[in-house]
Design a protein around this ligand. Structure first.
Ligand SMILES: C[S@@+](CC[C@H](N)C(=O)[O-])C[C@H]1O[C@@H](n2cnc3c(N)ncnc32)[C@H](O)[C@@H]1O
Length: 213
C-alpha cells in the first residue's frame, strides 16, 4: 500500500526522523505494527494528520477505526490537553492496546476509547467535530461518509485514509467490492457541495475534505 515511487518514498521517510519522530511510544507502536503487519497510517501520514489538525486549531476529533491508537497519537498531540479525541474500534484487544499506548505517551487525558461499531457510535453519540477521520473496513466507507458529513463543523475536515487503494480505484477492470465501495465513497465526497475535497497521494491516498457549507 504505497503509491509513491520507492526512491521518493525512501527520501521522504529519511526526512521524518529525529525529534518527536523518535518518541519511544511512537517507535513502540510502529514496531508492533511491523511485527503484526497491522495497517497503521505510518509517520508521513501521521504527521500530516497532526499538521492538519493544528492548522485548523482542532479541539475535537472523532476517529472511525482507531486500531491500537497510532493515528490517535498524532491527533491527541494536536488537540492539546483541553481537546478530545474519540477513538472507536470493533476489536477489544486493539482498544485495550490503544488505552495502554496513549496512557504511557501521556495523552490519555484527552482520549476516550469505545469498543464498538464505529459508524453506529458516531450516529449514537452525535455532536459536531472539528475533524472526523475514517479508516474502517473499506466496504463501509460510503456509510461512513454519509454519517460523518453533518458531524463535521463548517470549517472542519473530513479525512479518510486508503482512498486510492493501491491504485485499484483507477483500474477499470477491478470490480472488487472494496474497490467499488471506495470509488462510491470518493464520488460521494467530490459531488457533495458541502465539501471541498483533495486527495494527497502519500502512501495509499489520504482524502482531506474541508467543510465549506
Ligand atoms: C486500518 S486499521 C486503523 C488504523 C489506525 N487508524 C491507525 O492508523 O493507527 C482499521 C481498524 O478499524 C477497525 N474496524 C474496521 N471496521 C470497523 C467498524 N465498522 N467499526 C469499528 N472498527 C472497525 C479494525 O478493527 C482495525 O483496527
Amino acid at each position: 500500500m504505497n503509491l509513491l515511487p520507492e526512491d521518493v518514498d525512501r527520501y521522504m521517510r529519511s526526512l521524518a526522523e529525529g525529534g518527536f519522530f523518535d518518541d519511544p511510544s511512537l517507535l513502540e507502536m510502529e514496531a508492533l505494527a511491523a511485527e503484526r503487519k497491522f495497517p497503521i497510517v505510518e509517520r508521513m501520514v501521521g504527521a500530516t494528520l497532526e499538521m492538519l489538525a493544528r492548522s485548523i486549531g482542532a479541539r475535537t476529533v472523532f476517529e472511525l477505526g482507531s486500531g491500537f491508537g497510532y493515528s490517535a497519537w498524532w491527533f491527541a498531540r494536536a488537540v492539546g490537553p483541553e481537546g478530545e479525541v474519540t477513538l472507536t474500534d470493533g476489536d477489544l484487544a486493539n482498544a485495550r492496546l490503544a488505552k495502554d499506548f496513549l496512557g504511557r505517551a501521556g495523552l490519555a487525558d484527552r482520549c476516550e476509547v469505545f469498543t464498538t461499531s464505529a459508524v453506529t457510535a458516531l450516529v449514537a453519540i452525535g455532536g459536531q467535530y472539528d475533524i472526523v477521520y475514517c479508516d474502517i473496513d473499506k466496504i463501509e466507507y460510503p456509510a461512513a461518509f454519509a454519517a460523518a458529513a453533518e458531524r463535521v463543523r463548517i470549517g472542519g475536515l473530513y479525512i479518510c485514509d486508503n482512498v486510492l487503494w493501491s491504485g485499484k480505484v483507477a483500474d477499470e477492470e477491478n470490480d472488487e467490492d472494496e474497490t467499488e465501495a471506495i470509488r462510491q465513497h470518493n464520488e460521494a465526497v467530490y459531488s457533495d457541495p458541502r465539501f471541498l475535497p483533495t486527495i494527497n497521494p502519500t502512501r495509499d491516498g489520504l482524502m482531506v475534505a474541508l467543510r465549506i457549507s
